[in-house]
Design a binder for this molecule. Structure first.
Ligand code: PGA
Length: 304
């Protein structure tokens, strides 16, 4: 049995849409006899006429309408297939441009490593800097997605919360406050603190906490790295307030102690963020979903 071809469907569709052999020929850049030949080919296979001519006009027969209907469905199916394959291509070897804040970088690289296990050919560019810098990159539309602490109100950003980020007070294990079952907040007032640089979200949260409690914050030194703060605290240069997620090794090796202070931990949260007007690439969308699924927060609401 001879089969209908896609080419015949395409040509007939143009004829049926234009209700004219000559207009279909012009649209398809074919000669009119070539168009008639394709249509005759279908008619020969089906054994039914697809068009009928009345005066100068042509009309579709019932069989013609059936064939048009089928060819439209086939074309839509092919378009879908092409879009799906393009999406798969995007996921197979796409690029991902991400910025994360310093404090979330260990959590973020863990997620990225698992994501890469799923999409081994993705090219990832990861920028690690502080909160202010990440917000700047979002404002300049330089990145697909960011992972960071809560974003300020009033910016056109879509932020979905996916994980807790508790901030704790750290001290050398031999510090007097480390022996206390529960230290009072005012015990902190007489202690010097090592603080992150201006523009750090951790620094902002720490300052807000002290201000809310009406407590003066004595800073002994300012540093632009959580690692440097941990080392300085170990060296006895003061106390620090850092995310518990950055302290795993030091606590395990008992190089630092988490103080039990009233009002702590300061509970912050991590968000996956992008501009509201950003059309996420298939890869960026896949990464966002991956972050939320990993955290068991798929379907979480923005600013939740
Ligand atoms: P940062 O991170 O202190 O490293 O800036 C915290 C945040 O994202 O708010």
């Amino acid at each position: 049995m001879r089969r209908l071809t896609l080419r015949q469907f395409r040509v007939f569709e143009a004829v049926a849409r234009n209700l004219s052999f000559s207009r279909a020929a012009a649209e398809l850049h074919l000669s009119q006899p070539a168009v008639s030949m394709q249509v005759k080919g279908i008619e020969a296979i089906l054994g039914l006429p697809l068009t009928e001519q009345m005066g100068k006009k042509i009309y579709l027969t019932d069989a013609g309408r059936e064939v048009l209907h089928a060819s439209q469905a086939i074309t839509a199916r092919l378009d879908d297939l092409q879009a799906n394959l393009a999406q798969l291509r995007g996921l197979d070897c796409g690029r991902l441009n991400i910025a994360v804040t310093t404090t979330v970088s260990a959590v973020a690289t863990g997620i990225l490593a698992r994501f890469r296990g799923r999409y081994p050919r993705v090219a990832i560019h990861l920028d690690v800097s502080n909160r202010e810098s990440v917000l700047g990159q979002l404002a300049l539309n330089r990145i697909d997605l960011a992972i960071m602490g809560q974003v300020p109100e009033g910016l056109d950003l879509d932020a979905t919360r996916f994980m807790d980020n508790p901030l704790v007070v750290i001290a050398p294990p031999e510090h007097a406050l480390a022996r206390k079952k529960k230290a009072a907040i005012r015990d902190l007032a007489s202690e010097p603190f090592l603080v992150r640089e201006a523009g750090s979200g951790t620094r902002g949260a720490m300052e807000r906490f002290f201000a809310d409690k009406g407590l003066a914050l004595t800073t002994s030194m300012e540093m632009s790295s959580n690692e440097a703060i941990k080392q300085a605290v170990q060296a006895g240069l003061g106390l620090g307030i850092l995310s518990l997620q950055t302290l795993e090794q030091e606590l395990e090796l008992k190089r630092l102690a988490v103080l039990k202070v009233e009002g702590f931990p300061i509970m912050r949260h991590w968000y996956v963020v992008h501009r509201t007007d950003k059309r996420l690439s298939p890869m960026a969308q896949a990464f966002k979903n991956f972050v939320l699924v990993q955290a068991g927060k798929a379907g979480a609401k923005p600013h939740d």
